[in-house]
Structures are given as structure tokens and as C-alpha cells.
Write a protein that binds this ligand. Structure first.
Ligand SMILES: [Zn+2]
Length: 272
């Protein structure tokens, strides 16, 4: 007895030894209080200038004025660090432990909450990066965790006390946030692009949690899933392209929040 007949198809695939790829987006972190940053919450005022996220989250702006972009990222990182993983993040850790190597998590979120919940780094593809890390603009060293810096968020200005921390210890160039910017392309080395495509190409089901699929890699993964006839299980309170694919194909749309939907998935799979 599962109590969720609509998830019977997913249960059959999992109990039959199938592989699952999970795709998550901002909706799973909304319940942890993480703003999307794409809307008004991301606006940033410096002096008389108001910047939108689309202005700041670009290589073009960073390369011209890193001292404008870094305070915004350090403030966003602080908000992410102050949030905690929620029951949906934890449910995905349980699912991963249950499925082992049959599980892959692809996330668009840069907040690091999956990692902090305990998701295995090797099986988690952060396709838009992780705001907790930075790397040299010349790629001359590995990415490293961003250390805590004083006075972050107190105002929107760059502090000279941060300068030494935000320069590469090898080549003295700027370190940059380890995130994919609007004017940059996916790649394997930083963002696991090919691995994410491979996961969609070899999975037996696609579970989507809290994303509308507007960015190109998730939309591409959906196309692969549809072409292969995979069942798509979409957990989202709102209508979106994944819900349409789920309904049109052999999948299902679980019209609920991420935490409630993941709780239904765990009970359908008898995972406690
Ligand atoms: Zn360097």
C-alpha cells in the first residue's frame, strides 16, 4: 500500500532496478527561505545606480568591475549560509542512499543546500555552480570554499579588507564566484554539462522538483527524456513544461510543494 497510486509507475521502475535522475530548481529551496534573485529580491543599489541580477551575473560586468559584483555575491552567499536544508533536500539524500549508483542529482541551485543536507558530491551535478566556492579567473588552481569575510551585507560597497582574500594566491588575478553567468556557456569541467546529458540519456525515469525548466540544460534534459519515452514525475504547485510532459507521457504531475511531494515519493517507495 503506497497511498499514492499516481506514483505506482515510479515505484515499479525503482523496485525493478531502474536508474533515476532528479532535476531540482529554485522551488526546492524556496521552502528554506532562499529568494530566487531573478526578481526584485535581487536588485542591488550602489549610490544612485540600481542593478538587476541580469546586469550583475555576467562575465561582462565582472571583468569590467569586480568590485561591483563581489559585494552582491558575498551578500547572496551570506543569505544562503543562513538558510538550512529542508525536508525535501533531506528526502533526496534518503533516496540517494536507497538507490546508490542508480541515482543522479542535477541541480540548478547554487545555494549549496543539497551538499549541506548530505547529498554525495560525486552524484550531484551543480550545473550552475555553487556560491560557496570561488576560483581563479585564469583557471590556474582548483575551486576553493569562499571564506567568511567581515562586514558582508552591511552596505553594498567593496571593502579593501577583502581584496587579499579575493585574489588568486598563485597568479594574483581576481578570484571569481563559481557560478555560471548569463553570458557564459555550460561546460563539463566546471558544471558537469556532459555528465548531466549522459544521466538523462541513461536514466529510466526523470523526477523534477521545483523547476520550470526555463534554462537551456534542463530543457534539453526534458527533450531527451521525452524522446526516450521516459516517465517524468514533476513535483510543482504550478503549471510548467515538465508537468505537461509528465501528463502527456507515462509520468505524473504531483501538484504540490517540494516537501509534500518528496514525502509522497518516499512513501510510495517505502523509504523511511
Ligand atoms: Zn590564478
Amino acid at each position: 500500500m503506497t497511498g499514492s497510486p499516481q506514483l505506482d509507475g515510479l515505484r515499479e521502475i525503482i523496485t525493478g532496478g531502474g536508474r533515476l535522475v532528479v532535476l531540482t530548481g529554485a522551488g526546492i529551496s524556496a521552502e528554506s527561505g532562499i529568494p530566487t534573485f531573478r526578481g526584485p529580491e535581487g536588485f542591488w543599489t550602489v549610490g544612485s545606480e540600481v542593478y538587476q541580477p541580469q546586469d550583475l551575473a555576467t562575465w561582462s560586468t565582472f571583468s569590467r568591475d569586480p568590485q561591483l559584483v563581489w559585494p552582491w555575491y558575498l551578500w547572496r552567499r551570506k543569505l544562503c549560509r543562513e538558510a538550512s536544508p529542508n525536508a525535501a533536500h533531506q528526502a533526496l539524500v534518503k533516496l540517494e542512499q536507497h538507490l546508490g549508483e542508480r541515482f543522479t542529482l542535477v541541480t540548478q541551485n547554487v545555494d549549496g543546500l543539497h551538499a549541506r543536507a548530505g547529498s554525495c558530491r560525486d552524484q550531484t551535478y551543480e550545473i550552475h555552480g555553487n556560491i560557496d566556492y570561488f576560483r581563479c579567473v585564469n583557471s590556474c588552481g582548483p575551486r576553493r570554499p569562499v571564506p567568511d569575510l567581515p562586514h558582508v551585507g552591511e552596505d553594498h560597497r567593496f571593502r579593501t579588507a577583502w581584496a587579499e582574500t579575493l585574489e588568486c594566491s598563485r597568479c594574483r588575478a581576481w578570484m571569481r564566484p563559481h557560478v555560471l553567468w548569463f553570458d557564459e556557456c555550460y561546460d563539463e569541467n566546471n558544471y558537469r554539462f556532459e555528465s548531466a546529458v549522459e544521466a538523462a540519456s541513461t536514466a529510466d525515469a526523470l523526477l523534477v522538483v521545483g523547476t520550470t525548466g526555463t534554462t537551456s540544460l534542463p530543457a534539453h534534459m526534458l527533450q531527451i527524456a521525452k524522446a526516450r519515452g521516459l516517465p517524468v514525475v514533476d513535483i510543482n504547485p504550478n503549471d510548467n513544461p515538465f508537468a505537461h510532459a509528465a501528463i502527456a507521457g507515462p509520468g505524473t504531475w504531483v501538484q504540490s510543494s517540494a516537501t509534500a511531494g518528496m514525502s509522497s515519493v518516499l512513501s510510495a517507495l517505502s523509504i523511511v
